[in-house]
Design a protein around this ligand. Structure first.
Ligand SMILES: [Zn+2]
Length: 290
């Protein structure tokens, strides 16, 4: 299954991913209410108890992983950090440092991809190991300790970390509560968790949802990224699932990042009002293990 399914029509997706399975809300344990079907036929649903949005019914995860997370998913070009990602990663490292006692500098980067964060954090004095559902040669070249697989299934043989980072990873996993509970086991008391996800309550995604509801978009609900995203978080729903896994939420922010191709003054103008309204494009949440 070499060819990417991204952007392909519904018929191609349904031919490649045949089975569908129902998903219950991991917090409320109840079936969600469907509210939309995207342009590729993926079904979007919302928990009537807590408001968490996710795909249900969805393709079996193993089929999805085989179809999506192939060698093309992390191109070699991702090995290098562009200046925009570099600034974001440095901001995340500063956030992690703020929530950790001095001298505690071991991290696990879940879903380490091409290893850009492993490399940058290593240069900043952190000791970072990584996992990924499919390890890349680029990550191997960092020399970090790496484990392949889904976090809840990896045997760490007693290895523990001061911090665990999920950066644009949690929304791809079959069971985010199981991932976070495993992260809680891997950090001792006083350890820290960083979760970065797209912000479903951000201005940009809300605008696109409105356009999709009003049928103003040709590829409706494309902004959910439902081929590889199984869960769609807001600051509130993310905080709830992190707390359910046994963490105390310390800080959650919705940074407006500088982007290639957008004049710097646009970002500067939007930053304050969007961050104050918690409507920036992503959520970065820091939590401590009690
Ligand atoms: Zn729920």
């Amino acid at each position: 299954m070499g060819e990417s399914l991204f952007g392909k029509p519904r018929s191609a997706v349904e031919a490649a991913l045949r089975g569908r399975e129902l998903v219950a809300c991991p917090l409320c344990r109840r079936p969600p209410r469907p509210f939309a079907v995207d342009f590729q036929g993926f079904r979007l649903a919302r928990c009537t108890g807590c408001g968490l949005e996710f795909q249900s019914p969805r393709p079996a995860f193993d089929d999805l992983a085989a179809a999506v997370y192939g060698s093309a998913y992390h191109p070699e070009a991702h090995e290098a950090v562009d200046p925009f990602r570099r600034r974001h990663y440095l901001r995340q490292l500063a956030g992690l440092r703020r929530h950790l006692p001095a001298g505690r500098r071991t991290l696990l980067d879940v879903g380490c991809g091409a290893g850009a964060f492993l490399r940058l954090a290593g240069r900043c004095g952190w000791h970072v190991d990584g996992t990924d559902i499919r390890l890349t040669d680029a990550a191997r070249r960092t020399g970090a300790r790496l484990w392949q697989g889904q976090l809840p299934q990896i045997a760490f043989d007693g290895v523990r970390f001061d911090g665990v980072r999920f950066n644009h990873v949690l929304e791809h996993t079959p069971d985010p509560l199981a991932e976070l509970r495993r992260a809680r086991e891997l950090v001792g008391a006083g350890g820290v968790l960083l979760v970065g996800v797209p912000n479903l309550a951000g201005l940009s995604l809300r605008l696109k949802s409105w356009q999709s509801r009003c049928r103003l978009k040709r590829q409706r609900w494309k902004h959910y990224g439902a081929l590889h995203h199984l869960w769609f978080f807001t600051p509130a729903t993310l905080a709830r699932i992190v707390a359910a896994a046994g963490f105390d939420v310390a800080r959650s922010e919705t940074p407006v990042l500088e982007r290639p191709g957008r004049p710097a003054w646009v970002g500067a103008l939007l930053r304050r009002p969007l961050e104050a309204a918690r409507a920036g494009g992503i959520v970065d949440l820091y939590a401590r293990a009690p």
